[in-house]
Design a protein around this ligand. Sequence first.
Ligand code: DGL
Length: 378
Amino acid sequence: MMTITFLSSTIRKSLVQKLRTAVVASLAVGLVVGAPVYAQENPMNTSTQKAALPRVLLLATGGTIAGSADSRGSGAYNAGAIGAQQLISSVAGLGELASLSAEQVASIGSQDMTDDVWFKLAHRIQEAFDKHEADSVVITHGTDTMEETAYFLSLVLKTDKPVVLVGSMRPATALGADGPANIYQAVQVAVDRQSIGRGVLVVMNDQIDSARGVTKTHSTSVQTMQSPNLGSQGYVDLGHVRFLQPVQPSQLLTLPKAAPLPRVEIIYSHSNMDASQIEHAIADKAKGIILAGMGDGNTSKAALAALEKAASQGIVVVRSTRVSKGYVNRDVEVDDSKSGFVASMDLNPQKARVLTQLLIANGITDPVKVQEAFLNGH
Ligand code: DGL
């Protein structure tokens, strides 16, 4: 009996010791795990170690994220009022993530975005990467045309380095301003190795979206940027960058020598639609016409006849849709093959316009070749 008792006390002591070790270890882990994730992921705080931080070039263009309240009150604000450096210094903790430099490319509401600003952005980003000045780029931008800028850059930048566009739905001076957190998350995604090779991304309100998929879906909500057809790429939650989609191959076109891009008009379809808007586009020497059609890219017989006339004159005609979700497919209610039209697939009218402009600028106007480009982009 003694033996058993002895053994049991020895075992007990050993078990208590093991348990104590386990408890201390789990507490230690708990302290580290419980620590703010950012500190855990970026324990760099010496100048030498800071020198090893990824180099992020922030290019500011304006938008609400750089907006400040206007004396008109009641939520009024002026987009683009705050400069790049001020934007960076307004976000605590950025210096732990990256070695940031900032440049002001424009100071506009993105409803005033131009081809000139697009070309400035494309040239500066390509130069920064070609000359090894930066490991990734973050662009602060208004949300109104963010999807178009992102998609344009995704088609012309020759790089696998991360380029992330970020904006906000509330100005910097608003209660519950979403800009600072969005900028922090955009830099997190930009410096994360998982972002390499994923093309141009949009980060807003914890969500990561692709340039091809993203669109503005709400006039005021902070969760406005969504990817109705292709789905979001991933999320930034409590400091972790999580990609849920495989890396997609990029579709590349050559950046034209200079702005402006070819004139491509978007024509919105509606009941009782006649041919007048299409006739005006032809008279204005449009090189391309994008139909924002009803449903699966439909429109009236009168408008279709005018679009066939445009196509017969060598104008690139693409059928997209005014509805928010779903693909526009070839030869369903419209005989694209007979009419010489292109179906936009997943691209909404504003995205279809960007791709059509760049295809025309690259000399690709044959409807068959244009359709291939719309098909193989994803
Ligand atoms: N002025 C609009 C723009 O710059 C506001 C939208 C925004 O930035 O969120 O796109």
